[in-house]
Design a protein around this ligand. Structure first.
Ligand SMILES: [Fe+2]
Length: 181
């Protein structure tokens, strides 16, 4: 699936623009992380873009969340590893490879980075690791962000926190223009 088709698929399955923006931000982070690890960055980007595909249908049913995405992805013939990553971000038993572990951390960090970008005059441009770390400590800022999934990145996928945040910023910057950041 090329990117235009992938974005069209996202727009077909989602109902809210905020969901589309969230998916594109996680796509950016996952692309950068995949590149960092020398993995297939197109596959990682697709996993980011599709991880919450069923968000607008399953928001009140956490048991089905991820499973609906995975069935749509399989129907569309998308790589099984991408379907597994969609399952993995909501259900730990599917966190079976580096990509499906990374998605959990990228998901959480993207939420923090987008919140940081929204309160900066230059948005994602020029964002620094140090200022993101301050916002990470400030629990009153973006309280919905799962901070333990950000700080757990070293145990999860072996990245130091500062390196992870730096890669995350670069990943967000890859897609920032597309989501008005
Ligand atoms: Fe997400």
């Amino acid at each position: 699936m090329n990117r235009d088709d992938a974005i069209a698929f996202v727009r077909e399955k989602t109902e809210k623009d905020t969901t589309v923006r969230h998916l594109i931000s996680v796509e950016g982070l996952m692309r950068r992380l995949g590149r960092h690890f020398g993995e297939d960055e197109e596959l990682w980007a697709l996993a980011g873009l599709f991880h919450d595909l069923d968000q607008d249908q399953t928001h009140d049913d956490l048991e089905r969340h991820g499973h609906v995405s995975a069935s749509w992805l399989r129907e569309a013939g998308v790589d099984e590893r991408v379907a597994n990553a969609a399952l993995a971000h909501a259900h730990p038993e599917y966190q079976t490879d580096l990509m499906s572990k990374a998605i959990v951390h990228a998901d959480a960090l993207s939420g923090l980075l987008v919140a940081c970008a929204l309160v900066r005059p230059d948005k994602a441009n020029g964002m620094k690791v140090g200022s993101v770390r301050k916002k990470l400590k400030d629990k009153a800022f973006a309280p919905g962000v799962a901070r333990e999934d950000i700080t757990g990145v070293t145990d999860g996928i072996g990245l130091e926190l500062d390196e992870f945040i730096g890669l995350g910023i670069e990943g967000l910057q890859l897609v920032a223009a597309e989501i008005d950041l």
